[in-house]
Every structure is written in structure tokens, then in C-alpha cells.
Design a protein around this ligand. Structure first.
Ligand SMILES: NC(=O)c1ccc[n+]([C@@H]2O[C@H](COP(=O)([O-])OP(=O)(O)OC[C@H]3O[C@@H](n4cnc5c(N)ncnc54)[C@H](OP(=O)(O)O)[C@@H]3O)[C@@H](O)[C@H]2O)c1
Length: 379
């Protein structure tokens, strides 16, 4: 009888320790968050007159209205970098994610809690090598190149010579080359690595007329697939001209309700639930979520929200439901350069803006109806 209260006491003590531990961890996290939030800064506050100025678009605070064209210090290549004079850059939804700081989770993941950590914007570029670091052997001044490097909405960038930068084929303009990096690599990796597309397979591309979609239609075709492009009526001819065998006008028909089954679905729009998409996959089909959602629809998690039960179940079912994150690298850029050189891939350019019009260009891409790629002409 006397044992009973004794047995309860240690349990109570553990419960108290656990409660206090959780409370202390929560308070510590809150304090860390507050300190990180209020000390989160960028170098916008330290702008003194640059010694060797160059024009660049910078973003000192989250929000499109904070973009400015400024004179900042021209970068100097380190031993492993090349200095590229940018002739053209291109806009991706990636840019507005970081300009707007949305979905909010990217702020926690290193973009900067209160302000963008890196005020420079833009990634995709094409231009001419002006100088090389002392360890660089694969490029020389005068080479025409394209690729990706943060801060591309500027007169100069310094990519690492062994990362996302390659020689531009002679038959491709700087504007075309500048459009390739993010959208082209994403399309290539989605089709080749995630979709593992084989000749004769049925591939559906939702959002076939945008940046990623226009590359994806051509790449899927070059892999020998039977391609269905989902787009609006105004883009049907464009998508057909890129090689799509079938067009679905999303305003008239919901591809997830049709009878056709697809071996691979590439989703650039994410406007259907994964179970709806799964319904139109073949028994061993693959669904590749690339992205989706407008600038005002991202919330805290963006498309990560879609990681619902289908993705969790994916290892236990024959169909594969997955998201992808493109990896910028030299090998895949070389593959894309070769495809352009041999005429298998032709970038689609919608509009061209000047460097001081970057906010207008971003606003246009944020609307979600770009036809292919939007270019920034830097000269
Ligand atoms: N995971 C990654 O590594 C990765 C890499 C690159 C991009 N992304 C993401 O992938 C998505 C697509 O990128 P993007 O560069 O292709 O974007 P984008 O160029 O802005 O795409 C715009 C296109 O989407 C089409 N569209 C809009 N609503 C549609 C609908 N309901 N059905 C079908 N098409 C529709 C538009 O066609 P209409 O004008 O005819 O409506 C337009 O052509 C973005 O969310 C981006 O953030 C992810």
C-alpha cells in the first residue's frame, strides 16, 4: 500500500523535467529567432562610393518596390573564378522568390530573416570573359560564355570556372544563351534523371508554354517521347511548334479527368492535387513536381505543402510521386549547349527589358503568363 505514492513520484518528476525542458527549448528558440531576426542584415547599409563602379540591381529589403539600380563595386575574380562582362540575363520565378522572400520558409533556410542576406539579384547570364583567376585553365579572356551565378542582373559576375559556366555555341545569341541555365537544367534533369523518359513513353507537361515548359517539350521530344503539352489556347501553336504531339487547353479540359494515362507527368503549375495527378499515371508512372503557385500564393511553405500522403506513400506504391530541386552544373550546361548547337533545342524568348527595367520584368514573370523566357539586355 505504501509503495504506490513512491512509484508515482519519479514519474511526476520526469514529467516536470520534460515540461521544463520543452519550455526552455521553446524560449531559447524564440530568443534565437528574435536575435537572428533583428540582427539579420545585408551590406546595403554600407554603400560607400565604389572605387571601380558597375551598375547592378540590388534588393535591400524584401518586396519588389525595394529593387534599385545602383553603382556597386565591380567584382574581382578570385583564383578559381572568371570575370564575365554580362550582355544578357534572364528572369526566373526563382528571382521573385528571393526578392519577395516567399514562401517564408526560405527566410528561415538562409535567405535572410528580416532582409535578403545577399542584396544582389538574378542568376542566369551570358557574356564575355574579361579576366580569369590564376588557377583557371578552361577559359580565357574573350571567350563567350553563359551560365548561372548569383548577382547576374549586373554589368559583371564572377562565376567559378568549374561550376555553372560553359562556352556559348556560336549559333546562339547572348539573349538565347542567357535564357538557358535554370529553366533548361531543370527541364533536362526532370526528364532525364527524375522522369527517366524513354522513347515512345507518354509524357505530359503541365505548364508547357513557360520557361521550364518550353525547354521540357523540346527535350522530351529529343528523348523520343510522345508529348502532351498543357497550355492556354493562345500558346497552343507555340507549344505544337516546339514538338508537342498533343495539346490540352487548360481552360477547356482538365487533364486529370481524361482517359489518357501518362508514363511521366512534369508539373510546373501544381494546380491539381497529387491524387488527381496519380489517377492519370500508368501503374508504374512517375510524377515530377517542379513548382507552381503565384507570388501571392506561396504562404509559409509554398509547394512543399503538396508533400502530402501520396509522396509519403511513394516508396510503398509502384508509381513515383516526387519533387525535384535542380542542380546547376557544368556537365548539364554543356549538354544543353550541344543540343542548341545541333539545333535540337531553341530557347523561346518572350520579351526583353533593359537593366533599369528589371522591376517591370519581374512583375511580368510574377503574373505567371510568360511565354518562354524573359530577358534582361544589359548593354
Ligand atoms: N524545382 C526546381 O528546381 C525549379 C526550377 C525552376 C523552376 N521551378 C518552378 O517551376 C515553376 C515553373 O517555372 P517557369 O520558369 O516555367 O515559370 P513561368 O515561365 O513563369 O511559367 C509561366 C507559364 O505557366 C503557364 N500557366 C499558368 N497557369 C497555367 C495553368 N493553369 N495550366 C497550365 N499552364 C499554366 C503560363 O501559360 P499561360 O500564359 O498560357 O497561362 C505560362 O506560360 C515555377 O513555380 C518555378 O518556381 C522550380
Amino acid at each position: 500500500m505504501t509503495d504506490q505514492p513512491k512509484a508515482k513520484r519519479p514519474r511526476k518528476r520526469w514529467k516536470r523535467i520534460l515540461t521544463w525542458s520543452v519550455a526552455v527549448i521553446l524560449v531559447a528558440l524564440l530568443v534565437w529567432f528574435e536575435i537572428a531576426y533583428w540582427t539579420s542584415t545585408n551590406d546595403c547599409g554600407y554603400t560607400s562610393a565604389p572605387t571601380y563602379p558597375m551598375k547592378a540591381i540590388i534588393n535591400c529589403d524584401y518586396g519588389l518596390s525595394h529593387l534599385k539600380l545602383e553603382n556597386i563595386e565591380k567584382p574581382v575574380p578570385n583564383n578559381d573564378q572568371v570575370l564575365v562582362k554580362v550582355h544578357a540575363a534572364s528572369v526566373n520565378p526563382y528571382d521573385w522568390h528571393f526578392i519577395e522572400g516567399t514562401p517564408k520558409i526560405i527566410r528561415l533556410m538562409g535567405a535572410g530573416l528580416r532582409k535578403p542576406k545577399d542584396p544582389r539579384v538574378g542568376v542566369d547570364f551570358a557574356g564575355t570573359v574579361e579576366a580569369v583567376g590564376k588557377n583557371v585553365t578552361n577559359f580565357k579572356p574573350g571567350d563567350e560564355v553563359f551560365g548561372g551565378r548569383g548577382g547576374a542582373f549586373a554589368e559583371y559576375v564572377c562565376p567559378r570556372a568549374n561550376r555553372a559556366v560553359v562556352l556559348k555555341p556560336a549559333n546562339v545569341t547572348f539573349e538565347q544563351a542567357a535564357s538557358v541555365n535554370i529553366a533548361g537544367i531543370t527541364a533536362l534533369q526532370a526528364i532525364r534523371d527524375k522522369g527517366k523518359v524513354e522513347p515512345g513513353q507518354k509524357v505530359l507537361i503541365n505548364g508547357a508554354s513557360g520557361g521550364v515548359g518550353t525547354f521540357a517539350v523540346q527535350i522530351a521530344k529529343s528523348f523520343g517521347a510522345d508529348v502532351t503539352g498543357v497550355c492556354s489556347a493562345r500558346n497552343a501553336e507555340l507549344v505544337r511548334s516546339l514538338g508537342a504531339d498533343h495539346i490540352i487547353d487548360y481552360a477547356k479540359e482538365d487533364f486529370t479527368k481524361g482517359e489518357q494515362r501518362y508514363d511521366v507527368i512534369l508539373d510546373n503549375v501544381a494546380n491539381h492535387s497529387l491524387s488527381e495527378c496519380r489517377r492519370v499515371l500508368t501503374p508504374k508512372g512517375k510524377y515530377v513536381m517542379i513548382g507552381g503557385g503565384g507570388a501571392n500564393e506561396q504562404g509559409f511553405l509554398g509547394v512543399i505543402r503538396s508533400m502530402n500522403k501520396e509522396m509519403v506513400l511513394s516508396p510503398f506504391i509502384n508509381q513515383q510521386m516526387g519533387m525535384m530541386m535542380a542542380d546547376m552544373n557544368q556537365k548539364d550546361l554543356t549538354t544543353l549547349a550541344d543540343m542548341m548547337q545541333t539545333g535540337k533545342l531553341k530557347p523561346v524568348i518572350d520579351r526583353t527589358y533593359k537593366l533599369d527595367q528589371v522591376p517591370d520584368a519581374i512583375r511580368y514573370v510574377e503574373e505567371g503568363h510568360a511565354r518562354g523566357k524573359v530577358i534582361i539586355a544589359v548593354e
